[in-house]
Each structure stands twice: as C-alpha cells, then as structure tokens.
Design a protein around this ligand. Structure first.
Ligand code: HEC
Length: 488
C-alpha cells in the first residue's frame, strides 16, 4: 500500500527470495556457524600430537570455507535483505523498527566475524608453533563464537515472524527477541549447523587426504563422530521445536512440505525424511567406529542429504507462518488484522499510495482489478507463472467458463478454507473488480509488470491532495512574502 510494488510475474518474488536465502543458509549453517569449533578441535589434536600433516588438512578446509563464506556467503546474506526489502518493504520496515538494536549489534558481530576469519586463515601458515599456535586457536574460538552469535541474533527475528509472543501486547523489544519459538529454533539450528559441518568436513576429507593414511582415519573418525552426536542432539532439538510450534501452523505442514497438489503424499515424504535420518546415523556410527571401512560414497553423500533437508526445512518454516509475514501482526500482503474492518468497509484503493485508480467505476473495472490484484494477491501469486492465480482457479473450476459469483464468494471465504491465505482486505466493488480482472486475464493472458519496469503510479486522489497542499503552501508563502514587504 505504502510502497511501489516490485513484482516478478512468472517466477514470483517468493522464489527469488527462496533462491538467495536458500543459498545463503546452505553456506552459512555448515560453513560459517558449524565448522569453526570442529576446525579448532582438529587443529588442537594436530598440535598436541605434533602432527603437521593433520594440521594441513584443517588449513585446507579453512581455505575452502574462507573463500566460499567471504564471497557467495557474504553477498547472498546482503542479497536476502535486498530481495526481501523489495518484495515486502512493509514487513522489513516493521522488523527494523522492532529489532533496531538487535540488527545494529548483528552488524557489529558480522564485521568482527569477517575480520576474525581473515586473521584465522591468513595467519595459519605463520603461526604454526608454540604460543603463536595457541593464539591462533584462540582466534579460532573467538571466530566460532562470533559466527554463532550472528545466527543467534537473526534467528530471533525469524522466530518472531512465526510467533510474535507477548510483543503484540507490550511492544517490548525483549518480548519480541525472546519470543516463544526463539530458543527451540536456536537449539535446533545450532546442532543442525554442527552436524552439517561434520558432513562437510567429511566431504573435504575425501579430497584432501589419501586413502589408507593415518590422517584420513583420524579425520573420518572425528568428523563422523562430530556429525553423529550433533545429529542426535539436532533430532532432540527438532522434537522440542515441533512441540513449541502452534497447532494452527502445524496443520499447514502438509501443504508446506509439498504444495496443495501433492499434500496427500506426505506419508511418502515422511518415509524419505526417515531414510535420510537413518542414513545419517548409520554413516555417523560407521565412520566413527570403523573409519577404515567407510565406503568412499558415504563420505560425500551425507553432505548432499543435509542440503536437501535444510532447504526443505526453510521452505516449510516460511510456509507455515502464512497468512502472516509477522505472526498476528501483519499479513503477507502487508495488511494488518486490526485495519481489516476499516478497509473492508472503505476499500483499499482510496488509501493505497501507489495505485493507478483510487476507486472502482464501471469504466475502469478491469484496470482497477489489476491494482487490487497487485495490492492483495501479488506477494504470493503470479498471474500465469509459479503459483499463478489462473492455474489456481483452473484447478478449482476447470477450463470452461468460470462463474463470477462463485469466484467472488470464494474470495470472501478463502481465508477460512485455505488458512494460509489472508482475508480479502478490500470492499465489495474491489472484489468484483478483481474477479473481472482475473476473468479478463483468462481470456487474454498477459504478463503483469511490476513497478520496477512499468514505472511508479501515484494514486490520483493522493496526487490531487498533494497538489492542493502545495497550492496552499504557495499561497501562504506568498502571503507571508507580501506581509513582509509591506512591513519593510
Ligand atoms: C500469503 C500468501 C497468499 C496470498 C496473499 C494469497 N494467496 Fe492464494 N494461495 C496461496 C497459496 C500458498 C496457495 C496454495 C498453493 C499450492 O500449494 O498449490 C493459494 C491458493 C489459492 C487458490 C487455490 C485454492 C484452492 O482451494 O485450490 C486460489 C484460487 C487463490 N489462492 C487465489 C488468491 C487470490 C485471488 C488472492 C488475492 C485476493 C490470493 N490468493 C492471495 C497463498 C496466497
């Protein structure tokens, strides 16, 4: 409503965020958060046993981590805030206000993390012995703490978006930060990151050590054991996390996992999930107890399994908080529950700063409907692309003629039958305009450009008001000018 609408018809803004955020988290959890304690441990073992070859393996893994985290990792992190600010500026604006100091500290912690990884990696070869080596490991520990802290701060925001807890009443920063889902999600993610780091190091071991060497044996035992025990803790964390998820969100897991079309495949999906967990445990035990006999495939496979698992976890997390972008406070399309009644009575177009039409008339029905689509549906639906509204209605009403009255009735109740959608926020005429637009779109499918390509349209009503105000300003300025000149 209050921002020009960025829109990617076809791909949808959700997928854009999904790709960037997915890439970031897949790098961040194993490589930035989970790996440093493990690297310091390996470094420590090498130091105690005076074993330069093992130390070198840890250094090589750090090199990979250093390159990936400071390039794709850091850029995709910034990319998340850029893409989410484009897609949902209203939500990011609110989150910034609620979490201002949290975000500020996050920035400081992130800068320290980047400086520490530079020191940790770049001094590795020079600080190899005695007290310098000990100092080096201390930097490693500091790096591990800072990396975990960046995640710990951001998870508070992610959990808040799912369950805003007491904040809706008291608007207190600490209520927002320590929301009910924060600690459970943090426990889960911490152990997930440690587990995935173990599998990542195992994967690197395959490339950085030779078969049959003592280094490989020690690395396989350490990484498998690390992954196994943190994996079991992660499982425990997952159970605690699930227990804290509100029932209304749990009810949406089936669609969240596989979309509506495949929701009934949830049982099959759960089998896949179970097989993945069993594979983790078996490989973990095997590598830990019998490192010499762990098949080569078992060294590389778990990393890929952990990638799909985390990717899917994030998808489900993002899905089940729908229809909200901030739980109980703001819907995904930016409308708030407490303003619904007002808009449903008065309409939304009049109050939208960026809309081409300020009301629905007989002449502008379809165009005004397009505005309504942009304002109310476009944060989740495209027209004919991913999660396209045409496909959704086709799935419901078939390819023949659609009944406008049925469509209008659907919009009035869609939030009841499909709880992941917010209530329609506009008035009756706006509902009719939206139906007219969708029906017209069905006859003449065409892409809908966002403000980034179509340009910014200011609401005519608002333009008129701005003109009126500036005329008033002009008048009073010239009046003041006249008074001043007569005084002189
Ligand atoms: C918060 C995001 C969100 C918003 C906003 C939203 N939808 Fe949806 N809608 C969804 C999702 C998600 C699905 C199901 C996708 C799937 O899994 O197939 C869906 C499904 C649908 C369906 C199919 C329902 C069924 O029972 O088969 C229709 C029709 C639909 N939406 C229309 C709309 C219209 C019209 C608007 C705007 C007034 C809108 N939606 C707003 C997220 C949203």
């Amino acid at each position: 409503m209050d921002f020009p609408i960025f829109f990617l018809d076809g791909m949808g803004t959700r997928l854009l965020i999904g790709i960037i955020a997915g890439m970031h988290v897949l790098i961040n959890h194993p490589l930035a958060v989970g790996i440093y304690p493990l690297l310091v441990l390996i470094e420590y073992v090498a130091f105690k046993k005076n074993w330069p070859a093992l130390d070198e393996v840890a250094r090589k893994i750090t090199f990979v981590v250093f390159i990936i985290t400071t390039t794709v990792g850091a850029l995709s992190g910034v990319g998340i805030w850029l893409s989410t600010s484009l897609a949902a500026p209203f939500a990011i604006g609110s989150l910034l206000r609620v979490f201002f100091w949290g975000w500020f500290v996050e920035w400081l912690v992130f800068i320290s993390e980047v400086i520490l990884i530079m020191i940790y990696f770049l001094t590795w070869k020079r600080w190899r012995e005695g007290r310098l080596k000990i100092l080096h490991m201390r930097f490693g520990i500091a790096l591990a703490v800072m990396s975990w802290l960046t995640m710990a701060l951001i998870v508070a925001i992610l959990a808040f978006m799912m369950d805003s807890g007491g904040w809706t009443q008291n608007k207190n920063f600490f209520s927002a930060f320590f929301n009910p889902l924060y600690i459970p999600q943090l426990i889960f993610r911490t152990f997930y990151a440690l587990m995935a780091a173990g599998f990542f190091a195992l994967f690197c071991t395959f490339f950085f050590t030779k078969k049959g060497t003592e280094e490989r044996r020690t690395m396989v035992t350490t990484c498998s054991g690390w992954a196994l025990f943190s994996g079991l803790a992660c499982l425990f964390g997952g159970i605690v996390y699930m227990a804290f998820i509100p029932p209304a969100m749990k009810a949406q897991i089936d669609v969240g996992l596989l979309t509506m079309q495949f929701a009934q495949w949830q049982d099959k999906f759960n089998v896949l999930l179970f097989v993945t967990c069993v594979a983790f445990v078996v490989i973990g035990f095997w590598g830990f107890l019998e490192p010499k006999h762990l098949p080569q495939l078992a060294m590389v496979l778990p990393l890929f399994l952990s990638v799909w698992l985390l990717g899917h976890f994030e998808r489900v997390r993002e899905f089940i908080r729908k229809p909200y972008v901030i739980a109980d406070y703001m819907y995904s399309n930016g409308f708030r529950p407490d303003e619904l009644e007002f808009f449903q009575y008065n309409g939304i177009l009049k109050y939208a700063t960026y809309a081409r039409h300020s009301e629905v008339t007989e002449d502008n029905l379809i165009d005004a409907g397009e505005d309504v689509f942009m304002l109310t549906c476009s944060r989740c639906h495209t027209t004919g692309g991913i999660n396209g509204v045409l496909n959704k209605f086709t799935a419901m009403y078939g390819t023949g003629a659609w009944d406008p009255a049925a469509m209008k009735a659907f919009m009035s109740t869609m939030h009841n039958s499909r709880k992941f959608m917010p209530p329609f926020p506009g008035n009756d005429q706006e509902k009719e305009a939206l139906v007219a637009y969708i029906l017209d779109l069905k006859e003449n499918p065409r892409p809908l450009p966002g403000a980034q390509s179509a340009g910014i349209a200011l609401n005519p009503l608002q333009v008129r008001q701005v003109v009126k105000l500036s005329e008033q300003k002009h008048k009073s300025l010239s009046q003041a000018e006249r008074i001043r000149s007569t005084q002189n």
